[in-house]
Write a protein that binds this ligand. Structure first.
Ligand code: PLP
Length: 294
């Protein structure tokens, strides 16, 4: 148990069908996830004990597995294990982490092993939204940082070193996130979030064909846009044009819709959360309420 203030954070794992405290999970040093980052993952938000956007996350997981050619994972069984783990720990407000690696083999070789059983790890942990909820009200600061990732960012793989370094740079600058830019100055997405911006009375986001992770929250916002009387277009924002935007916000599974009010130390847009961002936060919360009522 990790105790944060008065809130006892619990984490329960499910390793290949076996429930155990997260700290008891042991994975082989020969696991290809550990050696090569040869693995894919998902993070799902659990509201009141119910996994949110479960179908969408499992569809993306299936696409990631197929893209890196990990076969033999029974996704129906995996989904059942997700529910069993949430129930066993009686989780209410939680996050669910799910990782599949290509498994273990000897000796260490880059090419796929002839025989390996994928490692299927799930854990559920209590989630305290207090700090993020405050950030959603006030807005956050971001930095811009070179996008040093590989060319298959649509795959949700555990190869996250470039994301880790960018996010660390953000934290060292007292910011929450790093907006990533290509050598020509085009912004792609953030280290663990998608982003949208408001400019010339329209809302924009990088098209998903452009080598970004197709965020589940991003897709939800695209679907909910109509409800907010907002039209969202695909487009590109250059780092040099950041001074021209009216609003910018991040989206992600735990961030939800997070206003950005400072970029590289200067006010972003109006310098406070803008009306389009607020409206999309509202329709997001409404969608969660409907899910919980349904
Ligand atoms: N972009 C990247 C690079 C991410 O790692 C993530 C989430 O971890 C996102 C976007 C947001 O995706 P989602 O809304 O599915 O959480």
């Amino acid at each position: 148990l990790l105790t944060l203030g008065v809130f006892a954070m619990r984490a329960l794992a499910n390793l290949l069908g076996q429930l155990m405290p997260l700290e008891d999970v042991k994975v082989s040093a020969l696991d290809r996830g550990f050696l090569f980052g040869d693995a894919v993952y998902e993070v799902v938000r659990v509201f009141q004990g119910k996994p949110w956007l479960e179908e969408e996350h499992f569809q993306r997981l299936a696409r990631s597995l197929e893209a890196i050619r990990i076969g033999g994972v029974d996704l129906v069984r995996l989904r059942r294990r997700v529910h069993e783990t949430i129930e066993a720990g009686q989780f209410r407000e939680a996050t669910l982490y799910l990782q599949i690696t290509r498994g273990t083999s000897m000796p260490r070789r880059h090419a796929f092993p002839m025989q390996a059983t994928p490692l299927e790890l799930i854990w559920v942990e209590d989630y305290d939204d207090t700090a993020t909820a405050a950030a959603r009200r006030s807005g956050v600061g971001v930095i811009t940082h070179p996008d040093l990732r590989w060319h298959r960012c649509g795959i949700k793989s555990t190869n996250l070193l470039a994301n880790v370094l960018a996010n660390q740079a953000a934290h060292e600058a007292d910011c929450s996130e790093a907006l990533l830019y290509l050598p020509d100055g085009t912004l792609t997405e953030a280290s663990h979030s998608s982003f949208f911006w408001v400019q010339d009375d329209a809302v924009w986001t990088t098209p998903s064909r452009d080598n970004i992770l197709p965020g589940i929250t991003r897709a939800l916002i695209l679907n909910l846009a109509k409800r907010a009387n907002v039209t969202i277009r695909g487009g590109h924002l250059r780092r040099d044009d950041l001074s021209k935007i009216a609003e910018l916000f991040l989206t992600g599974t735990t961030s939800e819709v997070l206003p950005v009010v400072r970029i590289d130390g200067k006010p972003g847009g109006r310098g406070d959360p803008g009306p389009v961002t607020r409206k999309l936060q509202e329709v997001y919360s409404q969608a969660v309420r409907e899910f919980l009522a349904g």
